[in-house]
Design a protein around this ligand. Sequence first.
Ligand SMILES: Nc1ncnc2c1ncn2[C@@H]1O[C@H](COP(=O)(O)OP(=O)(O)O)[C@@H](O)[C@H]1O
Ligand SMILES: [Mg+2]
Length: 308
Amino acid sequence: MELQVGVLISFIMYLQLFFRPIRMIADRYNTLQLGVVSSSRIFKLLDSQEHIADEGSFAPAKIRGEIQLRKVWFAYNEEEWVLKNIDFKVASGQTVALVGATGAGKSSIINLISRFYEINKGEILLDGRTIQDYSLGNLRKHIGVVLQDVFLFSDTIYYNITLGNPDISREQVLAAAELVGARKFIERLPGGLDYNVMERGATLSVGQRQLISFVRAMVYNPAVIILDEATSSVDTETEELIQSAIEKMMQGRTSIVIAHRLSTIQKADRILVLHQGELKESGTHEELLQQQGYYANLHQMQLKSVAI
Ligand SMILES: Nc1ncnc2c1ncn2[C@@H]1O[C@H](COP(=O)(O)OP(=O)(O)O)[C@@H](O)[C@H]1O
Ligand SMILES: [Mg+2]
C-alpha cells in the first residue's frame, strides 16, 4: 500500500492534536502538586501552637535595662544544645558585642532575650526579674530588636514603622526618624510617611530599608537595644549614615550587638566570644587580643578576608 504525502502530514498533525491536551494535563498536574505542597505547609503553620505562653503580668512603664543570663541552656531540637551554660550580665547602659563564627549561637541568644524562643534550663533576668514575669507586649516594648534582614510590607512607611499600632503618633515616628537620621530621606519621598514602599520595599535602597528598621525599633524609645548588624554592603555615604545611626541608638541604652563592623566591636564595653554554643572569652578588644585566643584568631582571619 502506498502512503500519500497528504495522509502522512495529516497523520502527524493529528498526532500533535492528540498529545497536546495530554501534555497540558501533565503540566497542570505539576502545578497542582506544587499547590498541594505549599498548602500543606501553610496549614501546618496555621495549626502550629504558639509555644510562648504570655502569662506574665508584670508591665512596668520604665525599666533600667539590666540583662543577665544565668546558666542558660538552649536547644531548638531535643538535647541538641545550641547554647551551653551561658552566663553573663550586661549592666544598664552598657554595650556588649557578641562575636563568633557562623553557627556559634549569636542569633540564638538574641532570640532568647526577646523571648522568641523559650530557654530549656537557667534564667534570663531583666532588671533582676525573670523575663517570663513580664507580659510579652511589655517586654518587647522595652527591648528594641533590629534583625539582619529587614522585612517590609507593601504599605506606607508609617505602617511599616508602627506595624499597625494605632497608639504611635506621627510625631513619635518622626522623632524616632530624626534620632536615627532617617527623617530627611523619608520627607523627601513623595508623600513622606505616607509613601507606599510597594513590593516589600523594592523601591528603597538597602540602606534606606535598614534605617526604617532602626526607626521601627526606636519608636518605643526602648531601654534595651538588640542589634544583629547587617553584613550587606552599602555605599560609603550610606555606611556612614548607618554607622552614626547605630551609635545614636546605642547611646544611653543597654545594647547587645552581633557586630560585624570592627568599629562597632572596638567601641563595645565588653566583647563576648562564642564558640559552638559556649562562651569562651570575655573582655575588651585589647584584652582579648592579648589573650591570643579565639578572638585574636577571629580578628586575624577577618582582617585577612576584609569581611569585617
Ligand atoms: N530555627 C532553628 N532550628 C533549628 N536549629 C537552628 C535554628 N536556628 C539556628 N539553628 C542552629 O543553631 C546553631 C546556632 O545558630 P545561630 O544562633 O543562628 O548562630 P549564629 O548567629 O552565631 O550564626 C546552628 O547550629 C544552627 O544551625
Ligand atoms: Mg546569626
